[in-house]
Design a protein. Structure first.
Length: 606
């Protein structure tokens, strides 16, 4: 029989192990027993000396529920029960000292492993193992260079301090090495980038010609430029940025008494790389150079002929040099690609003639017209009836009939007028049949309304812009609305309702125009205003299209259709064929909206 006070049942099975040393294994069951009672029972079985330190005494009254049916060693049962309750123990001269347990994961920073080697991790493991108790739990994770430790709270705190003292100087040293390596990599990268930015040019010069050129060459070179003259081969080698080579080309041409000029053109092409290579290989002289700039990509590429002897090679590089001083027409701000060519006047003239439709002295202007057509049609039909019978307590033989436009104040039994048919709006036809002696009277009113509406809205925003530049035009109103705040009370603010067209055009040599279009139309809906403040219906479209010069294309269309039928009547009676119309009214509503957007681009030639 179980004791409710202790709440404990202990079943002990003894196994003698004669091959190895004697070892006791037990099966135990504890149901609601206090932790201190269970530990005392286990200590009696194994004849252990147990001490609870001051930090763990509060755990002795904790109730535990344990069921171990397959026999385990007393040592393991003892350890597992303590572990589940946040405790551990240390063996000290035949005494099991129970203490609060703690756990921690020690991780060696990867920067330390990367720059100081894996031996640091092994040293940390040794420090931990040398300072933990014999019953501590240690797990190593070499893939993350981490160590999990579970031991007494006192030991964990001690190990934390030891590891920090050991790892902090190593971490500082590793970061120092990492920073130095990073700076070295940046330096090498800058040197490589600088080397890639420089163009090499060789020219045969006598010593006298080099001396006449040297002073001017030093002044012409950029901050990254350099040169070297070989007296044996009488060869001058120049390295400089591509953006500066047009100045060097002029200097070399001046030395040979050849006149060169620099002319900048706007390139009417989306992908001009092939064009630039063609100009460089087939048109530039050996003194010529070419600099290309695209505002959209922020890139500058240089093309030049590298040797005076005629050997040619093509080089391309990007930079952020300002080319505003390379041509008289550079004050025009546009997103079109721009090329500045330095060469003899005859070469420049030939290029202008060969590429008259591609290399432009100034960009074209483009007229863009949008037509926004919105068509609405509405149809509404309402039919209804009102009728009732009035009885009069009189007698008589003659009957009179009268037809009127309706009755005012009549008490209709079935009152289903057309919902939108009112006095002055729709049709109302009333009948009254009564006896002169007033025996009875029938009042009947028929109402009907049919409403048909059509509307058409046309907007034609038009704008002119430079080829390659975005342009925007807008028109609309500002709708007021009220806002309330605790600090400022009620304020009137405004929200814009605009028709806005934004477009970025690019012309092509084949006569096509590439356009990126964003069009929005905001319309206040005063018919659905809330507290006098209308919602704003918004329609927008964003598209990228190609159109012929002067053509018209449809870039968008929205079609909305609505149909509804509403019936009110007496349940059951309004469903009777034909006769059901005496007990109901009906309204049919149909609406249709269609929005079309047309775009017409046209190049303005001068």
């Amino acid at each position: 029989m179980r004791k409710n006070v202790l709440g404990i049942s202990l079943l002990v099975i003894l196994f003698a192990n004669f091959v190895f040393a004697e070892k006791l294994k037990i099966s135990v069951e504890f149901y609601g027993a206090k932790l201190g009672t269970a530990i005392d029972a286990l200590s009696k079985i194994t004849d252990k000396n147990v001490i609870w330190d001051a930090s763990s005494i509060s755990k002795k009254d904790t109730k535990i529920y344990v069921s171990i049916r397959k026999p385990l060693s007393v040592e393991r049962v003892f350890r597992e029960i303590l572990k589940e309750n946040g405790l551990t123990y240390i063996k000290q001269k035949g005494i099991y000292k129970i203490s609060l347990a703690d756990s921690h994961i020690f991780t060696v920073p990867r920067v330390v492993i990367q720059y100081l080697g894996k031996d640091v991790y092994s040293s940390i493991v040794d420090i931990i193992k040398n300072n933990t108790s014999s019953t501590a739990e240690i797990k190593e994770y070499t893939d993350t260079y981490s160590i999990y430790v579970r031991d007494t709270k006192e030991n964990i705190e001690k190990i934390k301090k030891l590891v920090n003292v050991y790892i902090e100087p190593l971490q500082k040293e590793a970061k120092k090495i990492a920073k130095a390596k990073e700076e070295e990599e940046k330096r090498l990268l800058m040197e490589r980038e600088l080397a890639n930015k420089l163009v090499k040019k060789e020219i045969k010069l006598s010593i006298e010609e080099f001396k006449d050129l040297e002073d001017n060459l030093i002044e012409t070179l950029s901050d990254f430029g350099k040169y070297k003259y070989n007296e044996k081969t009488k060869t001058l080698v120049i390295w400089d940025t591509r953006a500066n080579f047009h100045r060097i080309s002029k200097l070399l041409a001046k030395l040979k008494k050849i006149k060169v000029i620099t002319k900048c053109f706007y390139v009417r092409s989306l992908e001009p790389t092939e064009l630039l290579i063609n100009i460089k290989e087939n048109y530039l002289s050996k003194y010529g150079s070419l600099v290309f700039k695209s505002k959209e990509t922020g890139q500058i590429s240089g093309f030049s002929n590298n040797t005076v002897s005629g050997t040619q090679s093509t080089t391309t590089q990007t930079a952020s040099t300002n080319l505003s001083n390379l041509g008289a027409n550079s004050q025009i701000i546009t997103s079109l690609p721009k090329v500045c060519i330095t060469d003899s006047p005859s070469v420049i003239k030939k290029l202008k003639e060969e590429f008259i439709g591609i290399l432009l002295n100034r960009p074209y202007q483009i007229s863009i017209e949008a037509r926004i057509v919105q068509i609405e049609s509405n149809f509404k039909r309402s039919l209804g009836i009102q009728w009732g019978v009035t009885y009069k307590n009189s007698l008589g033989g003659n009957k009179n009939y009268s037809i009127s436009s309706g009755f005012t104040g009549s008490n209709f039994i079935f009152d289903f007028p057309a919902s939108d048919a009112t006095i002055g709006n729709g049709m109302a036809l009333g009948f009254s049949i009564f006896e002169t002696l007033g025996l009875n009277r029938l009042d009947l009113t028929l109402t009907a309304l049919e409403d048909i509406g059509k509307s058409k809205v046309l907007s034609r925003p038009k704008i002119i812009t430079i080829d390659g530049e975005p342009a925007e035009i807008s028109q609309g109103i500002e709708v007021p609305y009220q806002s309330t705040s605790a600090n400022f009370g009620t304020n009137v603010q405004f929200k814009r309702a605009l028709l806005k067209l934004n477009v970025v055009p690019r012309t092509l040599p084949d006569g096509n125009i590439v356009m990126t279009i964003t069009l929005t139309q905001d319309v206040p809906d005063f018919g659905n205003a809330v507290l006098g403040q209308p919602p704003i219906n918004t329609k927008s479209i964003t598209s990228k299209v190609v159109a012929k010069d002067g053509s018209t294309i449809v870039i968008g269309g929205i079609l909305e259709k609505r149909e509804s039928k509403n019936t009110k009547g007496v349940p059951g009676l309004h469903r009777i064929p034909l006769l059901g119309w005496l007990f109901k009214n009906q309204q049919d509503v149909k609406s249709e909206k269609e929005l079309l957007i047309f775009i017409s681009p046209k190049i303005i030639y001068e």
